[in-house]
Write a protein that binds this ligand. Structure first.
Ligand SMILES: [Cu+2]
Length: 374
């Protein structure tokens, strides 16, 4: 009996120790992640209030139970009161207690209801920063609609990501602090879901629909999430990393992105004839980031879902047909249209596909050829 008691107390102490450890081990804590937006903070506060109310109730109920068991034990010769239910309190306690419990429930529920409305209703009459979030198999596309900047975000392979495997991306979703952001969610292929716990919501990305959510960012930092709707083989390779920075830092970043974009466009439209080596080097890098998820770095694909490009009749066949499937994709398959890439990028990828992995066609596709085919 005594050792059972010790065991129980030991367990209770260990659990309370765990509960106390949340601050220093945020990533592994038992509590919710710390919010980074106003609405998320309100959700967090309701959660904490609920926990506090339940803790008080737990202490009261267990206090009464333990007190009763101890002081009214049989060995002391205690006799049960046979007439308790006939007294005023005995009669009405069956009503009073549920009413009190319901009162607590409704307090929590009404607050939760108000916050839920806030989560899904984007504030009207205010200027929000618009970011379109498109889910792809298996990466995220972020369009800064107000700034005409597009960011592609992909997971970092295990060799390069150290302990953040499947938690880190090459390009983060950078956002300015103290800003209200409207997220417009959609998908280019199948169902995905945008989920960053610190922002307080999870939203499905549905092909053909655009849905909106918002967040009023109020804390700088890096906030991690992931795709939360099973979307195929590499669903697990769609982490989301939101980085909230100061307005200054964000403006500098925008400036930088604009310069990169302008330089890339100028390079692509310069009408220059590129050497095969230059195109192969560019093409390999682009292929490995954009195409290798399905067709593999080795070019062997994952048949039957994703065809091999090594010795593929299309990659070895006429350039026109090859260009067509890359530019326009293939309806009804996971092969999307890649026409949003610039002429140089497409020329480089095509040249790479036609010469890598012993495909040795010797063909060199120039940006001008792509321009003509569009
Ligand atoms: Cu997904």
């Amino acid at each position: 009996m005594c050792s059972r008691f010790k065991e129980t107390m030991g367990f209770a102490l260990a659990s309370s120790g765990l509960l106390g450890a949340t601050g220093s081990q945020a990533e592994y804590g038992l509590n919710f992640v710390e919010p980074a937006a106003g609405v998320a903070q309100e959700i967090y506060d309701i959660h904490m209030m609920t926990m506090q109310v339940s803790t008080v109730l737990l202490l009261i109920v267990f206090g009464i139970v333990f007190y009763s068991l101890y002081y009214h034990r049989k060995s002391k010769g205690f006799e049960p009161d046979q007439n308790f239910h006939k007294s005023w309190f005995g009669n009405w306690s069956w009503v009073i207690v549920p009413v009190m419990v319901l009162g607590v429930d409704l307090t929590i529920a009404s607050k939760a209801d108000a916050v839920l409305k806030k989560v899904w209703v984007v504030p009207e009459g205010e200027k929000l920063m618009d970011v379109k979030v498109t889910g792809h198999q298996w990466w995220w596309e972020f369009d800064y609609l107000d700034h005409n900047i597009k960011v592609e975000s992909r997971y970092i392979p295990q060799e390069k990501s150290e302990d953040l495997y499947l938690r880190e991306v090459d390009n983060r979703l950078l956002l300015p602090n103290n800003t209200k952001v409207r997220f417009l969610h959609t998908s280019a292929d199948v169902l995905h879901a945008f989920w960053v716990p610190a922002l307080g919501f999870k939203k499905d990305a549905i092909p053909g629909y655009v849905t909106e959510t918002w967040a009023d960012l109020d804390r700088e930092g890096v906030f991690r999430g992931q795709c939360a709707e099973i979307c195929g083989t590499w669903h697990s390779r769609m982490p989301i990393v939101v980085e909230v920075v100061s307005q200054d830092k964000f403006d500098n970043w925008l400036e930088e992105q604009n310069q990169i974009k302008v330089a890339a466009l100028a390079e692509a439209s310069a009408g220059k004839t590129w050497s095969k080596d230059e195109l192969m080097a560019k093409g390999e890098e682009l292929y490995n980031t954009k195409c290798a998820a399905c067709h593999q770095v080795s070019g062997l694909g994952l048949p039957p879902a994703f065809p091999a490009l090594k010795a593929s009749p299309i990659a070895l066949g006429p350039v026109a047909a090859h260009l067509d499937i890359v530019l326009n994709g293939k309806e009804g398959t996971a092969m999307q249209a890649w026409g949003t890439m610039n002429d140089l990028e497409i020329a480089a990828i095509m040249t790479y596909e036609r010469n890598a992995w012993d495909n040795n066609t010797g063909d060199v596709v120039q940006p001008a050829d792509v321009k003509q085919a569009r």
